[in-house]
Design a protein around this ligand. Structure first.
Ligand code: 5AD
Ligand code: SF4
Length: 443
């Protein structure tokens, strides 16, 4: 092994949880002297942090692994590590090793903190390491985190999921719910403030059930109120909320706590009561719509976003129309739309009445069009309004402009000096560009 080249490349698929895990892998590597590179060719370690929530996420990983074969032939010292949700699936690690025997390290979602140890074994002993733990261990605190942004940070408050929605593989690969102790979360937020961070997003598969199993009795709303007391943090967001567990207490906390942003990600998944039942979501259409009404009444100008799956087994045209109607009624600020993907070992995979691909695609396109036109209409109503923006950095498409988000989560681009990065500014919206907004600083 040529130890002079201490560069690593990391590619992350999937959700914010995976992003956060990758920030920890990066943090650990930087601590032992490695540097990040954005080119696979110049790396001595390549890490793929994988996702398995839908089949296409898996296919991308297989495709990318195939491409590494040549790199490994050119540079036998290259260390290839694969981790994340996909590796945690039953039988997957062996399948990957069979197909791609040149992989050096495979681990799952419960033991990422051991990565430096695995790396050491490969470098020192020249062995292949495969370790997938079947059961989640306690929460490991104190792992260094190398964050992507300097202004906003993710803070995981709980791991795992107990909900077992019938389509979803997450509970099988991320284990049962475990909450971090409030003191540990507070310490992380305070440390972030000391480093200059202005915004935190609290992460969990179902943040509203935070607190179960902790020694001290504490609800998610209690935690939010405690974090709101921390001096120096400007904004607090959280995701994901499960409609069945989002209660008035949390809605009230958002209303009353100045740092809690007026934004809720509330996946509906379907607008049909029948499909929601088959999905094991524990709420119906009427309950969800009433919840939205409560939220909008209590929190003016709230941004509401969602996840929607179309083509779940047994979805009729009527069910699909229910989803379209619900989307129009709620008027989401944005929606992540997905085509149902069969996941091995989940109950929905064993259901009859799987929907044909052609129907799924037609419905998907219609849903996307509906969502897009609502989002655009909603953004248009913001023209002329003044929004408080946290400046995140230069705009992606136009380096001469700055970019940032409003409290409700709207992306806004505007001219301004780079010294404003990390600051809160008031921006008047001049024009809606469909999905983003253009504005100018008024203060
Ligand atoms: N097929 C399609 N979408 C899925 N999701 C979860 N499992 C599946 C699946 N099998 C979506 C849900 C969830 C989001 C993170 O991914 O909408 O909220
Ligand atoms: Fe999956 Fe449902 Fe848990 Fe979300 S709440 S991670 S969709 S099982």
């Amino acid at each position: 092994m040529n130890n002079k080249n201490l560069k690593y490349y990391i590619e992350t698929w999937g959700c914010q949880m995976n992003e956060e895990d990758s920030e920890k892998l990066s943090g650990m590597l930087k601590r032992i002297g490695y540097e990040l590179t954005d080119s696979r060719e110049s790396a001595s370690i390549i890490i793929f942090n994988t996702c398995c929530v839908r089949e296409n996420a898996e296919n991308k990983v297989f495709g990318n692994l195939g491409q590494l074969k040549k790199l490994k032939e050119k540079n036998p010292d290259l260390i290839i590590a694969i981790c994340g949700c996909m590796m945690q699936q039953k039988g997957m690690a062996d399948k990957v090793l069979n197909m791609f025997p040149f992989v050096d390290i495979i681990f799952g979602t419960h033991n990422a903190y051991k990565f430096p140890e695995y790396l050491n074994r490969v470098i020192q002993d020249g062995v292949q390491v495969k370790e997938i733990l079947n059961k989640e261990e306690g929460i490991v605190e104190g792992i260094p985190v190398d964050r992507k942004s300097d202004t906003k940070a993710y803070v995981t408050i709980m791991y795992g999921c107990n909900n077992f929605c019938t389509y979803c593989i997450v509970p099988y690969v991320r284990g049962r719910e475990r909450s971090r102790k409030p003191e540990d979360i507070e310490k992380e937020v305070k440390d972030l403030v000391a480093e200059g961070y202005k915004e935190v997003t609290l992460l969990g598969q179902n943040v509203n059930s935070y607190g179960k199993g902790l020694e001290e009795e504490l609800s998610f709303a209690d935690l939010l109120r405690r974090l709101n007391e921390i001096e120096g943090i400007e904004r607090i967001r959280f995701m994901t909320s499960h409609p069945k567990d989002l209660n008035m207490d949390v809605i009230k906390a958002i209303k009353e706590c100045d740092k809690l942003c007026e934004q809720i990600h509330l996946p509906v998944q379907s607008g049909s009561t029948k499909i929601l039942k088959d999905m094991n979501r524990h709420y119906d259409r009427e309950y969800y719509i009433n919840l939205i009404k409560d939220i909008k009444r209590e929190i003016p100008n709230v941004g509401i976003t969602t996840d929607i799956i179309i083509g779940f087994p047994g979805e009729t045209e009527e069910d699909f129309k229910d989803t379209l109607e619900l989307v129009k009624e709620v008027e989401y600020d944005s929606a992540f739309t997905f085509i149902y993907s069969r996941r091995q070992y989940t109950p929905a995979d064993r259901m009859e009445n799987q929907i044909e691909d052609e129907i799924k695609h037609r419905r998907f396109n219609e849903l996307v069009e509906t969502v897009n036109s609502i989002v655009k209409e909603k953004n248009k109503t913001l023209e002329g309004k003044k929004l408080e923006i946290l400046v995140e950095g230069p705009s992606k498409n136009d380096d001469s402009k700055l970019t940032g988000r409003s409290r409700s989560g709207k992306l806004v681009n505007f001219p301004g000096d780079k010294s404003l990065v990390g600051k809160l500014v008031d921006v008047k919206i001049i024009k809606s560009k469909g999905f983003s907004l253009e504005g100018e600083i008024v203060k």
